[in-house]
Write a protein that binds this ligand. Structure first.
Ligand SMILES: Nc1nc2c(c(=O)[nH]1)N[C@H]1C(S)=C(S)[C@@H](COP(=O)(O)O)O[C@H]1N2
Ligand SMILES: [Mo]
Length: 153
């Protein structure tokens, strides 16, 4: 019997919410990055990751964000959750090419080893600390901070 594959649930303010396996993430264009990060308990680590840009994953799910101007998108954030409950927030602006344009990935392999059985890993090359490298990602939520009906709240 084939073991069940972990999936990532893309939910929140999306027109096409989805539940994707690591194999389905590989359909998107893959990026490769070599990174090093520091862990308070385990010290410095270096790894090579491969996988789609988080931006491409989310664009495929059609974010319900008004892209006609630039200010509207600044209240949006992503919450990335791991299977063990570890969670990290990424702002939309960090990955948006008009702002930070960071190449944050949802990795499908680490050091050449596929992550199909473990689930994908968030890769944040700009971070010095490894804590946002959420592994075994099970969900990515996208939504606005505050009430979009009351933009000044
Ligand atoms: N799901 C999950 N991902 C996680 C963590 C965690 O506790 N749970 N710890 C983070 C931390 S603190 C670091 S430094 C990196 C690398 O940790 P590792 O060496 O234990 O894999 O993974 C990050 N990703
Ligand atoms: Mo860490």
């Amino acid at each position: 019997m084939t073991p069940a594959r972990p999936t990532v649930r893309l939910h929140g303010h999306l027109d096409r919410p989805a539940e994707l396996t690591v194999a389905q993430l590989r359909v998107l264009p893959a990026r490769r990055v070599e990174v090093s990060f520091d862990c308070r308990t385990a010290g410095e680590q270096r790894h090579g990751y491969e996988g789609p840009a988080l931006l491409d994953v989310l664009r495929a799910a059609r974010p319900r964000i008004d892209f006609s101007g630039r200010k509207q998108r600044l209240r949006f954030l992503l919450s990335v959750a791991g299977a063990d409950g570890h969670r990290a927030v990424v702002s939309w602006a960090e990955i948006d090419p008009d702002f930070g344009g960071q190449e944050i990935l949802l990795a499908t392999s680490m050091d050449g080893a596929p992550l199909d059985a473990a689930g994908p890993q968030l890769v944040v090359p700009g971070d010095h600390c490894g804590a946002r490298y959420v592994s075994a990602v099970t969900a990515v939520w996208l939504g606005p901070l505050g009430d979009p009906a009351r933009p000044t709240a």
